[in-house]
Design a protein around this ligand. Sequence first.
Ligand SMILES: [Ca+2]
Length: 477
Amino acid sequence: MVRVFHILLTSLTIVACLQPVISAEKRPNIVFLLADDMNRDSWGVYGNKDCKTPNIDRLAKEGLTFDWAYCSVAMCAPFRQELYSGRSPWRTRTLANHSKSTVDTKSIPHYLKPLGYRVALAGKSHIGPPQVYPFELLGKKGGHSNKDFVASASQFFDDCSKAGKPFCLFIASHDGHAPFTTGDPSQYNKDDVSIPPYWLDTPVLREKLVQYYAEVSNFDKLVGQIRAALEQRSLWDNTLFVVCSEQGVQFPFAKWTCYDNALHTGLVMSWPGVIKEGSHADALISIADMTPTFVDAAGGELKAGDVDGKSFLKTLQGEQQVLHEYVYGAFTNCNIINNRDRIFPIRSIRSKDFALIYNPNHKKITSNVTLDGKGSAAASWQALQGSSDRADRLIRKLKHRPEFEFYHLAEDPYELNNAINQPKYESIIAGMKKALFEKLEALGDPDPIATERSLVKVGGNKGGKINHPGPIHLNQP
Ligand SMILES: [Ca+2]
């Protein structure tokens, strides 16, 4: 009997040791609201004067605004798989649109569930295969309205509260993604909105911009509604609440490129008692950093090689962190509307000061629905051909890109003046080219044209053949 009791006690001790150090009560909930194809500069907090985003702006006033967060690829499937796995799209083989991760990929449900979390996804998925992303899926299929999200999230919050379980919920809205159908466009007057300098002012662009702003404001409304649902249940104070714009809008020089409007992500977070009110994060952040940060915040520990990103928990706690000297970007035309098999890869390297963009197949043209689609804003630009040098330059840029583009972001934030041939930048350009090519070599992508050919061959969905398969770490020197 004594021996049985001893075994039982030993077993209990082992079980107790396996429990996470942070008690269930202390573990924060995580609620992540993800927009779709939304330029960060469509939000008031990032300087937009026309588009109404009062809930996001309020969150920024009370929380932390990220000034330098970047994704690796400005497309839905690669973005989301980088976010949920913490791994680079080169490693998960998700460089192409509509691609799915390799089966050995692990993701945030694998890391948070053993810590006692319920980990759920509501809305848009665009990830796979299911065993790689084993989220609880909330709501009915196709239920992507704000009303649907509030209903399914509220039920989930109630269930978790009742069971005393911490939770991590991603709410992935379609708002921002073309065609623009949600929200109320009548709140905006197309003649009054200002047109940023990287686009040409045409009636078609104005009409579409107003419809797009209606979707942005509809997403902002959801931010307020989900916040209210947490507050009503007294869950707000122990919740890390995140709002993210995803990648650039489906207009020229944003989605499906490596320009700043494509890869620069709008990111605002609140965590009462931890995040300082009205603060700004100065660190260069990659979307792959998100999963390790959430696991860190939940008291978990990742093994070496689990993720390519780094935790920025200390940034949330108000410390200065330097995580990356550079962030890297990629684009492949494979699987893109109006261009499923034209080879036009793009690669980029960015610091906070400079951007270098590499177009290896520069003698060919690039094209997709944002650059020449019937009825698109870009198609309407053709009427301005010959009207000014600026118009001619932007129209040419739709399809023709030089081998290298270099922009000094403080002087030229809209990336309008390619400074690749300016002697004063010679050494900076040489350093960034070296860093980019070393990184591409390490990522198994030394020849982006060959990579893209392999993606086209398999339709992109299977991730194609990368030249040097194997674990790849974004943080390798
Ligand atoms: Ca998207």
